[in-house]
Design a protein around this ligand. Structure first.
Ligand SMILES: Cc1cc2nc3c(=O)[nH]c(=O)nc-3n(C[C@H](O)[C@H](O)[C@H](O)COP(=O)(O)O)c2cc1C
Length: 384
């Protein structure tokens, strides 16, 4: 395929500035836990190769997996962490590799709350005999199903300490070389359980009304914003709906996004679910729910958003940007399947000016070399 500079420039491959950081394209690696760390939470060679592959593959933003702000906040003991300096040093190796390839490293900071202390992949609570640990949440209500450990109800002192754990993790993330921080407020993690009336039955100023349920998350955002550079993009991942009549709704997400914007959050990352056990998402057509919520939050709260969920076709990614459903697209499983997904997308959408392969590949598969390479493949095929 000959590069066609006359075609309409692709939005997916148009660089974008988010706060003080420029992304070379609008493709972000969606945060995905890998369960590859030892119990010390230190990322290792697996993480270096894994995240390095996405940077070599051309994603503009490589958001690393949900990383625990304190040991108690790990989902499984194989989760990565950023609660000490040894972890900072190990992450720095990874951020340096990502940056050396022209991508921007981001980190998702999370606390699993009542979903902590579980086995990996197929989730069930670890018992005390299996080295499980006490969990903490806004209310002493277990998640349900096989995640049946009853969390302790956080006191006001606990709440202050939990927020401080996010603050310390944010400071460490900056020291580790991350250029974007995302706070995980989705998927039934601690902050998500403060938001949802299903998991938050508190009667103090952190529970009850919508304003009270938003307090934990907003205070955390404000405290984090104070300790990171003004120009550093701050993202928040939301579960835009609990998919339950009496739960958190897309309307609530729009209201929360307005408040997040006022607290200097730059991007709302629109995921869904995770507070209620046993929901069958299929009838809800989940990606559409998320993409539509992204569009609403973007227009009604006036804040940048990500669309995420089952984006595999580059044309779909481009369409979501073109119809103003999102500012960025986050891609998960399609990138696990093919970390070079951006190359395929560029082949379809980009022009010579809007996509560059890594130097080492550019001479043979970049626009000029690529054209020759394709021609020679075609010739071989014709000769056979
Ligand atoms: C293996 C795996 C691990 C995941 N881990 C996380 C995580 O750490 N944090 C998070 O917010 N979402 C996590 N997710 C959800 C993804 O970020 C993404 O939102 C979801 O997979 C939908 O996008 P996709 O259809 O492009 O895969 C994970 C998904 C997968 C498949």
């Amino acid at each position: 395929m000959k590069p066609d500079n006359k075609k309409q420039p692709s939005l997916l491959f148009t660089p974008i500035k988010v706060n003080g950081v420029t992304l070379k394209n609008r493709i972000g690696v969606s945060p995905m836990v890998t369960w590859q760390a030892a119990a010390n939470g230190i990322p290792n060679d697996f993480h270096l190769a894994h995240y390095g592959s996405f940077a070599l593959g051309g994603a503009g933003l490589v958001m690393v997996e949900c990383t625990a702000v304190e040991p108690r906040g790990r989902m499984a003991s194989a989760d990565t962490g950023i609660w000490n300096d040894a972890q900072v040093d190990a992450w720095r190796r990874i951020t340096m590799l990502i940056k050396s390839q022209g991508s921007v490293p981001g980190i998702q900071l999370g606390h699993a709350g009542r979903k902590a202390s579980t086995t990996k992949i197929v989730k069930r609570s670890l018992s005390d005999h299996e080295s499980g640990w006490p969990t903490i949440a806004p209310s002493a209500i277990p998640f349900g199903g096989a995640i049946d450990r009853v969390p302790i109800e956080a006191t006001l002192e606990d709440i202050d300490a939990l927020q401080q754990a996010f603050v310390s993790a944010a400071v460490r993330s900056v020291r580790a070389g991350f250029e974007i921080i995302e706070l995980h407020y989705g998927h039934g993690t601690l902050s998500n359980t403060f938001l949802s009336p299903i998991s938050n039955h508190r009667v103090d100023r952190y529970g009850g009304s919508l304003a009270n349920r938003m307090r934990f998350g907003l205070e955390t955002v404000r405290r984090v914003r104070k300790v990171i550079p003004k120009s550093m993009p701050l993202f928040v991942r939301l579960s835009v709906t609990d998919y339950a009549d009496n739960g958190w709704s897309v309307d609530d997400s729009v209201e929360f996004a307005k408040q997040l914007r006022a607290a200097d959050v730059d991007v709302v990352d629109c995921s869904s679910g995770g507070v209620v056990d046993g929901i069958n998402y299929t009838p809800y057509n989940t990606p559409d729910v998320q993409h539509r919520a992204s569009a609403r939050i973007r227009s009604e709260a006036g804040i940048a958003t990500t669309a995420v969920g089952k984006i595999v076709d580059p044309l779909k990614a481009e369409a979501l940007l073109r119809d103003n459903s999102a500012t960025l697209v986050f891609i998960g499983r399609a990138l696990l399947n093919n970390p070079h997904w951006p190359y395929t997308a560029a082949d379809l959408l980009a022009t010579e000016h809007t996509f560059k392969y890594p130097d080492s590949y550019d001479w043979c598969i970049g626009w000029k070399g690529f054209y020759k390479w394709r021609q020679s493949l075609q010739k071989d095929q014709n000769n056979n």
